[in-house]
Design a protein around this ligand. Structure first.
Ligand code: S3P
Length: 203
């Protein structure tokens, strides 16, 4: 994947619901491309000295989102070509979404609710999932956020299959996306929609 990493001129940003595998896939993707990896929740934690979950609980949704918007903008402003995993709500913010679609290649990792519920059940670090039924909350968030996530340049459907397969699918889709831009004029289009580059990782 040397060629692909050489033709990248902006970061690859992974978006999607909690438990979709953004950090795990992002780290592996970065390794395959020989690029650095950074996680926006981790960057928030480094800046604030508290975990994203603690900040969310202590300051509430609005303040957390304001901080998250600034941190994600800073990560892109730094100009490094790298893989960035975002917290599940970051791309739902209209300003962040527009900025990312202008300045990054955005990849929606989309996994079925039962898989998200199972994965997020392994650790109790997400305030949004503490009350009530995890699967039901994820289902509601999925409905609320789908129209935002579907504006990502690339959608990768992932199932129970290995993360390695998801990484392969992302690499292929990014390659195809970059090819599609050749001759399409300067700069990335903003949000080519869910069907334009819809890939499935083998389940
Ligand atoms: C959130 C997702 C979390 C974290 C915060 C809020 C969300 O990140 O940013 O708890 O609103 O979906 P992950 O998607 O990495 O779990």
């Amino acid at each position: 994947m040397r060629k692909l990493s050489q033709s990248l001129d902006r970061p690859i940003v992974l978006v999607g619901l909690m438990g979709a595998g953004k950090s795990t896939v992002g780290r592996r993707l970065a390794r395959r491309l020989g690029l650095p990896f950074i996680d926006s929740d981790q960057a928030i934690e480094d800046a604030a000295g508290l975990s994203a979950g603690e900040l969310f609980e202590r300051f509430g949704d609005k303040d957390f989102r304001d901080g998250e918007r600034r941190v994600v903008a800073r990560l892109v402003d730094e100009g490094d070509i790298r893989v960035i995993a975002t917290g599940g709500g970051a791309y739902v913010d209209p300003a962040t979404r527009e900025m990312l679609n202008q300045r990054a290649i955005t990849v929606w990792l989309d996994a079925p609710i039962d898989i998200l519920a199972e994965r997020t059940g392994r650790r109790d670090t997400r305030p949004l999932l503490r009350d009530g039924n995890r699967a039901r909350t994820l289902e509601r968030l999925s409905k609320e956020r789908e129209s935002a996530y579907s504006q990502a340049h690339i959608r990768i459907r992932s199932g129970e299959g290995a993360h390695r397969d998801v990484v392969d699918s992302v690499l292929e889709a990014v390659d195809a996306y970059l090819d599609s831009l050749v001759g399409a004029g300067p700069g990335p289009s903003s949000g080519s929609g869910p069907d334009a580059n819809d890939r499935s990782a083998p389940a």
